[in-house]
Write a protein that binds this ligand. Structure first.
Ligand code: PRP
Ligand code: MN
Ligand code: MG
Length: 178
């Protein structure tokens, strides 16, 4: 049974869209010379972010997905990252941009980076919409970050609380009411 809670808006849909436009400019500058960019979304949390981001990228890209899970329905990281679905395509010699919704302890992103680097991509860059540096346990930072946030339990724009609230158009924080 779920403790009762409400969701307070933290980052509006408008603010997210404006930030993504800026990030897309930086990514276009970095990858302007490639026709081999593979944009990799980490399922499930990044599905909304990657959908908006790629539509702001005026570049020849391919889209692929990798499903990694460390939280399941829990609120605490298991610190054990499971790959539930691998990429469909090979990335050797390709430029790769990994798209993540949030970096918290850092276990998920660092695991995925190690895995993908072993496949010898030409360039591997990472972007995370949200970064919670105060919770970091693994020394890792995404190359581009949308918003640095305090240690709040956030949901929406792809991010879940026990698999719910991924469809909220904004980033909100969970406030328990009991
Ligand atoms: C969440 C989130 C990130 C990861 C961040 O994924 O989407 O991928 O945790 O936490 P970390 O930095 O502590 O590893 P989750 O495992 O909940 O899977 P989901 O994306 O399917 O919700
Ligand atoms: Mn995730
Ligand atoms: Mg989750």
């Amino acid at each position: 049974t779920q403790r009762p809670y409400v969701i307070d808006e933290m980052i509006s849909a408008k603010a997210i869209a404006a930030r993504i436009e800026t990030l897309a400019h930086a990514i276009r500058a970095e990858f302007h010379d490639t026709d081999k960019l593979v944009v990799v979304g980490l399922l499930r949390g990044s599905f909304v972010f990657i959908a908006d981001l790629v539509r702001d990228l005026d570049l020849p890209i391919e889209v692929d997905f990798l499903e990694a899970s460390s939280y399941g329905d829990a609120t605490e990281s298991s610190r054990e990252v499971r790959i539930l679905k691998d990429l469909r395509g090979a990335i050797e010699g390709r430029d790769v941009l990994v798209v993540e919704d949030i970096v918290d302890t850092g276990f998920t992103l660092s695991h995925v980076i190690h895995l993908l680097k072993s496949r010898k991509p030409a360039r591997l860059k990472t972007i995370a919409l949200l970064d919670k540096p105060s919770r970091r346990e693994v020394d890792i930072r995404a190359d581009w970050i949308g918003f640095e946030i305090p240690d709040e339990f956030v949901v929406g724009y792809g991010i879940d609380f026990a698999q719910r609230n991924r469809n909220l158009p904004f980033i909100g924080k969970v406030r328990f009411t009991d």
